[in-house]
Design a protein around this ligand. Sequence first.
Ligand SMILES: [Zn+2]
Length: 253
Amino acid sequence: TMNVTITLIFFIYGLIFGSFFNVVGLRVPKGSLFSQTRSYCDTCERTLTWKELIPVFSFVIQKGKCRKCHEKISPVYPFMELATGLLAAFAYYRFGFSAPLLLALLVISLVIPITVSDIAYRLIPNKILLFFLPLFMLYHFIFPTRSLWQALLGAGIAFGLLLLILILSKGGMGAGDLKYFTLLGFVFGPKGFFLTFFLSVLFGLVGGLITMKRTKKGAKTMIPFGPYIGLAALTVLFYGDAFITWYLSLLGI
Ligand SMILES: [Zn+2]
């Protein structure tokens, strides 16, 4: 039917945008987003042909290796392409053509490149956050689902709480995480922020336990927190309102 077709279109566009988000996440911290128009292999620096640029499929066909230098390509990139495709399709499935769909696409476009950057460089680029801030402001202005007061309160609470954690943890949490949470506080408001924060810590603990099991002898490795913040933000994006309503009903509020 029509809906299946549109969902599929969202999936395919998601794959293509996911491929672009990989490039954004990898190049923005290096300040070279527009210096070279075509994608290239990180190891042999050869410009990729169109056959190597098909999201997900190229990776599968090449068995995860560069065709010339045979260096392994990180599975993070096809994973992010697939994730963007699935998330875009799910956003349409969940929200249809509505204002929340636009918000969902904005949040997905924020989360994916930041996740790529944080995995690759342990860095949440200011440029990506600053690019999205006016877009979220514009969204709030056009579709005032929450008052501006709620958005600013969310950002303020996020900034205050994360600043406290940043000071107390002495390097456990980065300034990038603080700015990321502050922007998400603006997007989701106070309740949504608290849920995002709670879920990110929960996901971080679970993820930390899994990676600790895999790296034997409990070797201490710096795990980027950005991916968990992103996963939490996406959960809140799709199910936050439902969860908050359910939780408040439990409390009898
Ligand atoms: Zn290569």
